[in-house]
Design a binder for this molecule. Structure first.
Ligand SMILES: [Zn+2]
Length: 294
């Protein structure tokens, strides 16, 4: 490999130093509104251009999945109202996982709606401390009280709708992938809303002398999560970040092709496969670095 000139080395060093700062910032797509729309009968998109939030409507009140950033509740509320629904009809609040970009707005939404907050067991402490017990110590957010602790396979039912919580840990210990069924033109469709499968740069997937794993078992948790996701039947592919399931491209196509753009079992399979490749590359890199230093 050609060696880098001092100027280029300096540029690379500056870039590397800037990375964690960039990561901590909210990219514009996280806060830029997106016109809300119907994905499938009784399932609506009410998030921003990248931070996904879903409204599931029922005759007995509604379910909101993801409160997004601390600053997001006015955007989510506006989207719900633009669709003709009432924010106060939200009876249950759920999240994809306990990070500030998916659970930051929960305290405010709970205050406004008096909804019941239901969170996967291993993410409860992070939610109730506003992220202070999170292993990676990301941006804190307003703490919120959890009304019901969920476990792997727990179901959430309201007005004839059933959502199932699949514990898909790694990104956070209680990261949750939600599934439900919708009936479109008489045909049952399986909806999968992936919690997140990203091993962030800060994550230590293995323990090395003086540098423990981010949490015990994180690497085997990720491996288990990929197995769980591979086994799920998926017609409608969604996630906590729009970029993961090609939100903006599909919104553009929806104008001519209609709601069938959300049916993407192939996109689901290939996104999970790619994430697994990325994860295994990260793991191999950390293992190689550990060997190099031992
Ligand atoms: Zn996250």
């Amino acid at each position: 490999m050609r060696s880098l000139s001092p100027v280029r080395l300096a540029a690379v060093a500056i870039l590397l130093l800037a990375l964690p700062i960039l990561h901590a910032e909210d990219p514009a797509a996280w806060t830029t509104p997106l016109t809300p729309f119907r994905i499938a009968p009784n399932l609506y998109y009410v998030g921003s251009r990248d931070l996904a939030s879903y409204l599931i409507t029922t005759p007995q009140g509604d379910i909101l999945l993801n409160s997004n950033l601390t600053s997001s509740p006015p955007q989510i509320r506006h989207s719900v109202e633009q669709l003709g629904f009432h924010f106060s009809d939200i009876k249950i609040l759920l999240i994809s996982h306990a990070h500030s970009d998916h659970a930051g707005g929960s305290a405010e939404i709970l205050k406004q709606t008096h909804a019941r907050y239901m969170v996967m067991d291993a993410d409860v402490s992070s939610i109730e401390t506003g992220g202070r017990t999170d292993f990676a110590h990301f941006t804190p957010f307003p703490p919120a009280h959890v009304d019901r602790i969920l476990h792997d396979g727990s179901t959430v039912q309201l007005g004839g709708v059933t959502l199932t919580a699949h514990k898909t840990p790694g990104h956070t210990p209680g990261c949750t992938t939600w599934t439900m069924q919708v009936i479109e033109d008489g045909r049952p469709l399986n909806v999968v809303i992936v919690g997140s499968v990203t091993a962030l740069d800060e994550y230590h997937l293995i323990s090395t002398p003086g540098r423990p794993a981010s949490y015990p078992g994180i690497a085997s948790d990720f491996a288990h999560t990929f197995d769980v996701l591979n086994a799920l039947a998926c017609d409608i592919f969604l996630s906590s970040h729009g970029s993961y399931f090609g939100l903006l491209g599909k919104v553009a196509r929806m104008k001519t092709e209609g709601p069938s753009v959300w049916i993407d079992p192939t996109g689901y399979k290939s996104a999970i496969a790619q994430s697994r490749v990325d994860f295994e590359a990260d793991l191999a890199r950390q293992q190689a670095a550990a060997r190099h230093h031992s």
